[in-house]
Design a protein around this ligand. Structure first.
Ligand code: URA
Length: 435
């Protein structure tokens, strides 16, 4: 077999066999296939798509490209959660301690930023010293001791996805249904949890812009998970505007902390409650959704979810004091408002553009080697449906470089659209996909 022939086959609209996909993944993982050939293959898949059979084969080949994690050393049901990626999506940082504080074991594997979207690992690194580079032994021990751990993808777990994820991030090949489904599900299957709750985003800030594509992706992933014996459920949620108000690594951590204090934005809090409800039921900590909601509310009110975040940060080398004093998180040197240049009602926000503004400020990667600036980003003061007057602040921008700030500000103003009459925001939860 030759990679050249496989690229040509896919470029011409052919269907790759299971053997061909297994060959490609094994050889790429072993570094026998160079990035430039795999980039060409990703672009061919992007344009030609993959059949359901090809997607299953790709998922399984990537899941088995390294070790399959054994979580049998952790008692009880282990639950994982994953988002398809969005702007301002800091859900895991608030949600995992909430759910762990309710007694469900969270064994989660997370990723870094991808395209215009942020990543949980980058955000968590806002806690000085925090690392997700822990080994399987540490991971299992920590879940047993405090009920929650988030690890990064090690070289041993789904290494093919790890390499492809970084490659797709910088080659404009992220937003393809089969590539997203196989990327997410390969690492979810390899990382060993018993139940998986997926948050599938749709809208201008998501990789799946159209709702029907998001539902199709959700169905594909739920099928893949259940086929592999994992109880999988997907929530399809809105990403037509940033989630919450903060966009940017440390700023999002601050918003997640505020949410654990019961002071978070309404939409973000509601999404955490919805996903948390399914996680509690899947993990056996609540018999129905009503009981689950009551338990989640209780751990916010009594402070135990916030305390769980501090325990989790400390267990992975981070400074837990920053959970109680967010002035200890990275801070930008320039803080300025972006004022509206017109009156009206915000009727649409080009959500991916807001993600790109954060990236332009230094909060995301331009190349695989980029080092990100954790302190930069935006906090939105106006969202869809809000009335605005000329001169009123649409957002506050956090930067460390005047030129980058100017570029981001210009782009930000172009991303906001106004109407003369009041408009209603889209519903946050679009639907639930079960087996
Ligand atoms: N999240 C992933 O892990 N992979 C993707 O391809 C997209 C989002």
């Amino acid at each position: 077999m030759r990679m050249y022939d496989l690229i040509m086959k896919k470029r011409n609209g052919g269907t790759l066999s299971r053997e061909e996909i297994e060959y490609m993944i094994a050889e790429y993982t072993a570094e026998h296939i160079p990035d430039y050939q795999m980039s060409a293959m990703m672009m061919a898949i992007y344009f030609q798509g993959m059949s359901a059979e090809e997607t299953v084969a790709l998922t399984m080949a990537m899941a088995h490209s390294g070790d399959m994690m054994d979580l049998s050393g952790i008692s009880g049901v282990k639950v994982d959660k994953h988002s398809t990626g969005g702007v301002g999506d800091k859900t895991s940082i608030a949600l995992t301690p909430m759910v762990a504080a309710c007694g469900v074991k969270i064994a989660k594997m997370s990723g870094r930023g991808l395209g215009h979207t942020g990543g949980t690992i980058d955000k968590l690194e806002s806690f000085a010293g925090f690392t997700t580079g822990i080994d399987a032994g540490h991971f299992v021990r920590q879940v047993n001791e405090i009920g929650v751990s988030i690890m990064g993808q090690t070289a041993d777990i789904a290494p093919a996805d790890k390499k492809l994820y970084a490659l797709r991030d910088v080659t404009a090949t992220v937003d393809n249904m089969s590539l997203i489904a196989s990327s997410i599900m390969s690492k979810k299957l390899a990382s060993g949890a018993d139940a998986i709750v997926l948050d599938v985003k749709t809208g201008s800030g998501a990789f799946m812009k159209k709702e029907q594509d998001a539902f199709a992706l959700a169905k594909e992933m739920v099928t893949l998970g259940n086929m592999a014996g994992r109880k999988t459920i997907a929530v399809v949620s809105d990403m037509d505007q940033p989630l919450g108000r903060a966009v940017g690594n440390a700023l999002e951590v601050m918003e997640a902390i505020a949410t654990l204090r019961g002071e978070g934005p309404e939409d973000f809090t509601r999404l955490c409650m919805t996903l948390g409800t399914y996680m509690l039921v899947a993990g056996g900590a609540a018999s129905d959704e009503e009981e689950a909601r009551a338990r989640l509310n209780r751990v916010i009110e009594d402070g135990s979810a916030l305390k769980k975040l501090a325990e989790f940060v400390e267990a992975q080398g981070g400074n837990p004091a920053a959970v109680y004093d967010t002035a200890l998180l990275p801070a930008a040197s320039i803080v300025e408002d972006i004022d509206s240049v017109q009156d009206g009602y915000v009727c649409h926000i080009d959500c991916d553009e807001i993600g790109i503004c954060s990236l332009l400020l230094g909060g995301g990667r331009e190349t695989k080697e980029s080092v990100i600036d954790l302190s930069v980003g935006l906090v939105l003061h106006k969202k869809v449906g809000d009335a605005v007057r000329t001169g009123e602040a649409l957002a506050t921008i956090y930067a460390n470089d005047r030129n980058k700030l100017n570029a981001a500000k210009e782009r930000f103003l172009r991303a906001y659209h106004f109407a003369d009459d009041p408009v209603a925001a889209d519903s946050l939860i679009k639907g639930i996909v079960r087996e």
